[in-house]
Structures are given as structure tokens and as C-alpha cells.
Design a protein around this ligand. Structure first.
Ligand SMILES: [Zn+2]
Ligand SMILES: [Zn+2]
Length: 353
């Protein structure tokens, strides 16, 4: 009992001491310097001897707390590439300490807002203080140059102001902006450099022109579906890949949302829920696609609607285990990291958070 009293007294004195000390500028400055040193040196280590994919946005078009809109970062060797850059994705990359100055190109699956919204933020982080020798390369379907020109027009003054303020060394005006490349599916290999081959294939997201991408690097492969309804084209495009990232929409939950929306006096929102049923893939359909494509592992991403609680996640994924064995798929979150080491069949699934 006596010992406990002594302990309580010591703890109380320590508490007071910490409280007093952390109010002294000299102590605050020491703590700040340590924190700042850690912050500027904090870079997330993704391996060089692998093909890796980091989910920088697992969420739906209607944003959800904790989930950015669509984004996958690919790392092949020591180079980074971005597939789609929805709202919140750039902040994720920065918060995780990803060196976005190493991003060589952006690949857009299609031009819906939840896949392009953060392009300007990514551009800024990849431009100021970066050693980029040219404008940021952006590959996408028909219309991609409208998007990049639109961003350039909106940010023209920002480019000018930053260049005038920081100078050409830090913010070189001649490489501010984008270099768009319109994907022509008659020539599906859109990138082939330093052992990385990127192949585009058509998917079905009518009325939106949309593609998926296959990344091949030194014997390992990752396929990303983009937005699509159930499609044989994805099965063909993903054939025998190591990992398939597939979008997923739980239509049974959208149906459940109809009544609450109508009761809440929101008939237009209820109509939107009905409209989107036709151009996405359900979780069980995605599992079926992964089986037919003979891929080793399926990663669900771009979850519509985004499950906010674990019971909703269970309802969302109802029936998936009956189609595909439990150890053959992953329901990704922002930060899910897939690493495919070279010269191996291994698939490492972790999280950067
Ligand atoms: Zn989408
Ligand atoms: Zn879409």
C-alpha cells in the first residue's frame, strides 16, 4: 500500500515536471528539431528487386472517411508509376513518405472524376524541387489531352507564381504541366522501358471509354481492371497474371439503400444507385473472373459502397468464399501493399500504415 502511494507521488511529480519542461522554449526547440529531422528523412522503403503495388486509394466516387478515391502506385525496380489519381490519393502518398518525385508516368484507366481529381496535386509534388527533365507523362483513353489541358489552364497562374517566387532551378517553368498520350488499342503496348512493359486492354464501362493495364516486369505481373462491368476482356487481359486488382460493387447493398434513400426524400440519389448497377462488377463476379483468368491472387479495390463497419464488409463480400478460396483474395484498404519479389513465385501482402 505504502509502495503504491510512493509510486503515485513519483508519477504525479513526473507529470508536473513534463508539463513544466515542455513549456520551456529550449525544450520545445529540441523536441521540434528531432521531429523535423525524422519528418524530412521519412521515406517509405519499397524494395527495388521486386514488382510492387501500393493501394493509394481503395475508395468509391463518393468519398469515405479513411479511404481515398481510386489510386494504385506501381513500383518496378526503382521507378514509380501511378494508375489513377482520385481525390485524397496524393495526400496518402505524401503522408506515407513515398518519394513521388520518382514517379515517371501516370496511367489513367478512364476519365471519371474519381480517377483524375488529384492529378494537379500529384503534379505539384512531382514538379517543385524534382529533377524532372520533361512534363509529366499522362497516358489515358480518348479525351486525356482535354483533361491535362484543362488542369494546365486552371493552374497556369499557379505555375507562373511558383516559378517567379522560387526560380527556374526549383520550379522550372518549361517542364510545368503535362505531356498527354492517347492510348490506341491497336498498339496495346504503351510503355516498354527498363524491363517494364505496360499493356492496355479495353474494358466495359459504357458509355465511358475505359481500359485496364497489365504491368510485366522481369517475370512478375500485375493487372489492374479499372472500372468495368463483368467482362471477358478482363479475363483475357489478366490471363495467368500473378495478381489481379479488380474493382467491385456490392449491388445487393445498393438495392438495400433504395428504401432508406426514398424514405429520406432523396429519390435522385436512389436513381443514381440504380443507374450504376449496370457498369461495375460484383465481388462474386470479380472472384469468378480471377478464377477464369487463372491469376494467383485477387485484390479487391475501388469498393462501392465503401464498408464503414466490419459487419458491412461481411455483407459486401457475401458469397465470395464460395466462388474463390479464402487465401486467394484480399480486400484492400488504403495502404495495402503487395510485393512480388523477383526470381520467385512469392506474393507478400502487408500494409504501409
Ligand atoms: Zn470509379
Ligand atoms: Zn468510372
Amino acid at each position: 500500500m505504502k509502495l503504491l502511494k510512493y509510486l503515485a507521488a513519483i508519477l504525479f511529480i513526473l507529470f508536473i515536471l513534463v508539463n513544466v519542461l515542455t513549456r520551456l522554449p529550449i525544450v520545445q526547440d529540441r523536441i521540434m528539431m528531432t521531429a523535423l529531422n525524422n519528418a524530412v528523412n521519412a521515406t517509405a522503403e519499397l524494395p527495388d528487386n521486386a514488382l510492387s503495388a501500393l493501394v493509394c486509394g481503395s475508395g468509391p466516387p463518393l468519398t469515405s472517411p479513411g479511404a481515398a478515391q481510386s489510386c494504385i502506385l506501381i513500383k518496378a525496380g526503382d521507378e514509380y508509376f501511378i494508375v489513377d489519381i482520385g481525390d485524397g490519393a496524393s495526400a496518402n502518398l505524401m503522408n506515407w513518405g513515398i518519394d513521388v518525385q520518382k514517379v515517371k508516368a501516370v496511367f489513367l484507366t478512364h476519365l471519371h472524376s474519381d480517377h483524375i481529381a488529384d492529378l494537379a496535386e500529384l503534379h505539384l509534388m512531382n514538379w517543385v524541387t524534382a529533377s524532372r527533365q520533361s512534363k509529366l507523362k499522362v497516358y489515358g483513353p480518348e479525351g486525356v489531352s482535354n483533361v491535362t489541358e484543362g488542369f494546365e489552364a486552371t493552374y497556369a497562374l499557379d505555375y507562373k507564381f511558383r516559378n517567379e517566387h522560387h526560380g527556374n532551378e526549383i520550379a522550372p517553368i518549361e517542364v510545368a504541366g503535362f505531356d498527354p498520350y492517347t492510348i490506341n488499342l491497336d498498339e496495346p503496348v504503351i510503355y516498354n522501358k527498363n524491363d517494364l512493359k505496360v499493356t492496355a486492354f479495353e474494358v466495359e464501362h459504357d458509355p465511358v471509354p475505359a481500359v485496364g493495364f497489365k504491368f510485366d516486369y522481369k517475370g512478375r505481373s500485375i493487372v489492374i481492371s479499372g472500372d468495368t462491368k463483368y467482362s471477358q476482356k478482363v479475363i483475357d487481359g489478366a490471363k495467368n497474371a500473378d495478381v489481379l486488382f479488380h474493382e467491385n460493387q456490392a449491388n445487393h447493398i445498393l438495392e438495400m439503400m433504395n428504401k432508406p434513400l426514398m424514405n429520406a426524400g432523396r429519390p435522385q440519389a436512389a436513381t443514381v444507385m440504380k443507374d450504376i448497377v449496370t457498369y461495375h462488377t460484383t465481388p462474386t463476379e470479380a472472384a469468378d473472373i480471377a478464377n477464369k483468368a487463372n491469376v494467383d491472387h485477387l485484390v479487391f479495390y475501388h469498393h462501392v459502397p465503401y464498408p464503414r463497419i466490419s459487419i458491412m464488409e461481411r455483407v459486401h463480400l457475401r458469397g465470395v468464399n464460395e466462388v474463390r478460396s479464402k487465401d486467394k483474395w484480399t480486400f484492400s484498404k488504403d495502404g495495402t501493399l503487395i510485393v512480388l519479389p523477383l526470381n520467385s513465385n512469392e506474393i507478400k501482402i502487408t500494409s504501409i500504415n
